[in-house]
Design a protein around this ligand. Structure first.
Ligand SMILES: [Zn+2]
Length: 393
């Protein structure tokens, strides 16, 4: 019984946070529960401070006026933090996953020690917390996205096994971030570490039964999303696709190997092909990626680089597609923003291997990794809203 209640609370919380104001009757219909059960459970969510009662609206037909509820505007927020080669950035998102605030700091992080990178993140973290606190919101957690292989031990403790673009190996990033938060006076705020593509995939709200999400920032990642959940793998390390070999004795890759997918379809490789800097800072500041601008303007070198990248990506995906047979390939983040000049050649090449697999752009826009991480920081609230509120300070 207790498990049912917890399951149903999480289900209602997810339905309420997925959209705008909704009536209890409509929630009951969507959840497949009785209106009485929903009314009781929603009362618990309101008392926990995560759902707001918006009061009755005049009924359009006969019967009692319908009372609507919505995710609490003043409810907890999640903080997402992303370390990339030349910046550290963060987002604050609300319960509905909508961005409330963004911070960005340029810093050369490639080749730095993790401790140094976390120090560079200090002003970003401070401003994100200030934003949450000045609006009187509780920070439910901080989720840090790193492009790399994140291992989780038996107890779920994460370690950055390797992050090739940053040059990190076996880094206890969680302890470093926790120390930084303690210095800001944010003691006990849970910190999670994950791969960028994993967070972005989890935030994608995939409605299909199964999807292979392909995205990432500096490096390419791919994660299977099945029944609404991103597959993390046995060690929680699934996701890094960028260093899968696609060419024997191919281009050299910063990871030390040759012929990696990233050497053709990674952000750095595509930018280098048109002679622009690889950073995402430009895009985060102006909303436009210099490579994407050249591609849309029809520049030949950009079109050739996009086609080559699309073909190499399709080759790298042939194995996962053959084995997993997902309904759809979701192209997320910066790849989706490249539009048809990239998606077209990819679709055609994928059709050679797997003609029934559909390809569609993601819904989270170019900042998918950052937004996904911030939403990930709210996972505990969404999974156990009442329990979370009981434990919250
Ligand atoms: Zn590599």
């Amino acid at each position: 019984m207790g498990t049912d209640r917890k399951h149903n609370l999480a289900l209602l919380m997810r339905l309420i946070c997925a959209g705008g104001p909704v009536t209890r009757v409509e929630l009951a219909r969507r959840a497949g529960l009785s209106t009485v059960a929903v009314t009781n459970l929603v009362t618990e969510l309101i008392e926990a401070g995560v759902v707001a009662d918006l009061g009755a609206v005049p009924a359009s037909g006969p019967g009692r006026p319908a009372g609507r509820v919505a995710a609490a505007h003043e409810g907890p927020v999640g903080l997402g933090l992303c370390f990339d080669v030349d910046y550290v950035a963060g987002y604050v998102v609300d319960l509905r996953g909508r961005p409330r605030h963004r911070e960005l700091r340029r810093a050369t992080l490639a080749g730095t020690e993790p401790a140094e990178a976390v120090r560079a993140a200090r002003p970003v973290l401070r401003r994100l917390f200030e934003q949450a606190v000045t609006t009187d919101r509780l920070v439910a957690g901080v989720a840090v996205a790193v492009e790399g292989v994140i291992e989780h031990d038996r107890d779920g403790y994460p370690t950055v096994h390797r992050a090739p673009s940053l040059g990190w190996r076996d880094a206890d990033l969680r302890a470093l971030v926790e120390r930084e938060l303690a210095a800001l006076g944010a003691h006990g705020v849970p910190v999670q570490i994950g791969g960028g593509a994993g967070y972005a995939a989890a935030a994608e709200d995939v409605e299909e039964g199964s999807a292979l999400y392909v995205g990432g920032e500096a490096e390419l990642g791919a994660v299977l999303v099945s029944a609404g959940a991103a597959h993390r793998g046995a060690a929680g390390a699934a996701g890094l696709l960028g260093h899968v070999p696609v060419r024997h004795r191919g281009r050299s890759c910063p990871c030390g190997l040759r012929g990696c997918l990233d050497a053709y379809a990674g952000r750095r490789a595509m930018a280098a092909a048109v002679g622009v800097g690889e950073g995402a800072v430009n895009r985060l500041l102006t909303g436009e990626d210099p490579f994407g601008r050249r591609l849309r303007a029809g520049q030949e070198a950009a079109a050739a680089a996009a086609e080559l990248a699309a073909h190499r990506l399709a080759d790298a995906l042939a194995g996962p597609l053959a084995v997993l047979d997902p309904e759809v390939v979701v192209l997320g983040g910066r790849l989706a923003a490249l539009g048809e000049p990239f998606a077209g050649p990819l679709r055609r090449r994928l059709a050679d291997h797997h003609p029934w697999t559909l390809l569609r752009p993601g819904r989270r826009g170019p900042d998918a990794v950052l937004l996904g991480a911030a939403r990930g920081a709210l996972a505990e609230v969404l999974a156990d809203p009442v329990g979370w509120a009981d434990r919250a300070p």
